[in-house]
Design a protein around this ligand. Structure first.
Ligand code: ZN
Ligand code: ZN
Length: 379
């Protein structure tokens, strides 16, 4: 049921807007800025075309639930030292993003950038250290959800209800199960705390499997890693194999009974990305196809030179696995990318339409494909 603005933002306004109207009206203001702010080409017919394109993008976002399948919520998000704040919800409303999979990073306390600019674990964590940090971040999320009118989605029905009401939603996400230390009850506890999406490995060696930027020690998934995947699927988590080596990901494919997600990457040697220090995190065509064969989806991150190049990056992946297996996982954090916040989300969808995706394809890439994975894994 719709509510009035007093409930939505905590301070009274003379007019009672429904949440739906509020979300879409801020998005329209953003499109208005686009029309007057030089985002579109000059000249009346070009401007008219831009307006048409922007309203077509909004239409896509009204009809389908859009999802950033991997994010840290930007500069003041879950990886920052900032207290929980309204920036994420505000940006999502402005750009009409319905759902953010908000990932805490349990191994963050031991990560540093090496000379090549690549994140590396600088030391072995103390026993319990990463779990303690993870629990602290779950508290942070609780506070943010409670104070900033975000809906925490525990089921697909929650995501549908949030979208229908125009209320931004988050899916609790964890980047790397380095905190488990062999204790599957910690996974269960995270589920009870509202997490619905977990990534197996990150930058810290663990006993689940190998990661792309580390030394190969397990030659794929370990028997314990297989047990973790089965536990994820039994409990109802989206299982994310981003950062896993090709061998680990392919072994996960063999174990998995549900569609897998690989939330943030690009195709190996992506011409649209160009030369990048992130090359080791890109994936081969075979690696991508293995994920698609589970009915899964592959998220393209936002480290591209422009929105147009980003759309090319989506096409590069769609050419390999098909439009039904591509999604958007920005990995928005402190690193610069084309979507530093979500005010640009509607413009990204507009760029997809300009770039040749049909409205229906744009809807699937912008969220429909993730929703399929989420429904199968979480229900
Ligand atoms: Zn990552
Ligand atoms: Zn990340």
């Amino acid at each position: 049921m719709d509510c009035c603005c007093v409930d939505c933002c905590g301070h009274g306004h003379p007019h009672a807007f429904t949440r739906r109207q509020w979300m879409w009206s801020t998005a329209l203001a953003s499109v208005g800025t686009m029309l007057s702010g030089g985002v579109g080409p000059r000249g009346s017919s070009a401007a008219a075309q831009t307006a048409e394109n922007a309203s077509a993008a909004l239409d896509v976002l009204r009809k389908s639930i859009s999802v950033d399948v991997h994010t840290h919520g930007g500069m003041t998000g879950i990886m920052s030292q900032a207290p929980p704040n309204g920036d994420l919800a505000k940006g999502m409303r402005a750009g009409s993003l319905a759902v953010a999979c908000l990932a805490d990073v349990p191994d963050a306390p031991i990560l540093r950038r090496n000379a090549a600019g690549v994140l590396t674990a600088m030391r072995t964590p103390e026993p319990g250290e990463l779990y303690k940090y993870h629990l602290g971040r779950l508290d942070w999320v609780d506070e943010m959800v409670a104070s900033h009118n975000l809906r925490r989605a525990l089921t697909a029905a929650d995501l549908e209800a949030a979208h229908a009401a125009g209320q931004p939603a988050i899916v609790g996400d964890v980047e790397g199960l380095d905190f488990l230390e062999g204790k599957l009850e910690r996974l269960e506890h995270s589920h009870q705390r509202g997490v619905r999406h977990v990534q197996l490995v990150h930058y810290t060696p663990n006993d689940i499997g190998d990661f792309q930027t580390g030394i190969v020690t397990h030659h794929g998934l370990t028997p314990y890693g297989a047990e973790v995947i089965r536990a994820c699927q039994r409990l109802g988590f989206v299982c994310d194999v981003a950062h896993a080596t090709e061998d680990t990901a392919k072994a996960a494919v063999r174990v998995s009974t549900k569609p897998l997600l690989l939330s943030h990457t690009a195709i190996s040697g992506s011409p649209a990305m160009g030369p990048t220090p992130l090359a080791a995190r890109q994936i081969s065509r075979d690696h991508a196809r293995a994920i698609a064969q589970t009915g899964g989806a592959i998220g393209i991150w936002h480290f591209f030179p422009s929105l147009e190049k980003y759309v090319d990056g989506l096409k590069e992946m769609a050419d390999v696995v098909g439009v039904d297996h591509v999604c958007i996982g920005t990995d928005q954090s402190s690193n610069p990318g084309i979507l530093p916040d979500y005010t640009q989300w509607v413009h990204l969808v507009a760029a997809m339409l300009r770039g040749g995706f049909s409205a229906e394809e744009a809807g699937r890439i912008a969220g429909g494909n993730y929703m399929r994975v989420f429904r199968a894994a979480v229900g």
